[in-house]
Ligand binder design. Sequence first.
Ligand code: ZN
Length: 325
Amino acid sequence: MKKIKKWATLLLAGVLAVCCAGCSGGNATSTQGESLKVVSTIFPGYDWLKNLMEGSGNTPTLMMKNGVDMHSFQPTAADIVSLSDADLFLYVGGTSDQWVEDALANAQNENMVAVDMMDVLDGRLLTETLVEGMQEEHDHDGEDHEGGYDEHVWLSIQNAEMVCAALCDALCEIDKDNANLYQSNLEAYTASLEQLDNDIAQTIQDAPLDTLLFGDRFPFTYMMADYDLKYYAAFPGCSAETEASFATISFLAGKLDELSLPAVLTIDGSDQSIARTIVENSNSKSAAILTLNSMQSVTDEDIESGVSYLSIMEENRAVLEQALS
Ligand SMILES: [Zn+2]
């Protein structure tokens, strides 16, 4: 909420600076009768907004469609216009979103409320850490990849609850007439999130194992922290590395055997080649290869067929159950 307030203050200062004495149309009042432009950069935020706005007559827009990679996203002119006109703009706020700050500074809509997920989650942010056996990313571009906060904040359901509460405040601010609706939608949606969070915690508590092995990149820092799970992985975060070294493969194959794990995990959008190589190099040839969905490759088709944040997390619960038994 700090960011929202800071942004509103900046806007107010800007409006005051350029407005003549007779200017009175700049107040952020309700936009009753007009359609609200609500934009989320990524799928999870889009789906949260869809739930919060249900029954309001307005629907949110998703910017990064069809599984476009957040980490290498290049906005088109149409994307910049979409941001510029938005009444509410939701983004992650990590290193991949550096383009957003420039675009927001030049936005046309003076009354826009911008919600930065990582700002809302200030105090809960975690860094990408290298666990034993993880292959460090080679430095292709001279930038320092170490020590940054993990951007995949939506993979904690508790984070989702906090961002939804901030989004409800933002919606109420831009559309006061529907405030009661947004509040009751938030209550119902938060209850669903809490139920699923409890279900996953119970699944993990009941499971005989407590360690996961990813033959892949690893965007699940927040989920593992929520449920106190141990993990091994080939690469940290959404590293651009795709070639695992012999040392990485043999370390993970050894762990698969040592811990008698039933599965090697991959993430959505993976070609699973590293996971297959790990299984081939282990004595656990019957290990399954399962996908834990990080929601970074959701397609329009998926959305049309009803895939949601909750449905993906429920599938993830079932995958965790299988991978830990
Ligand atoms: Zn990622």
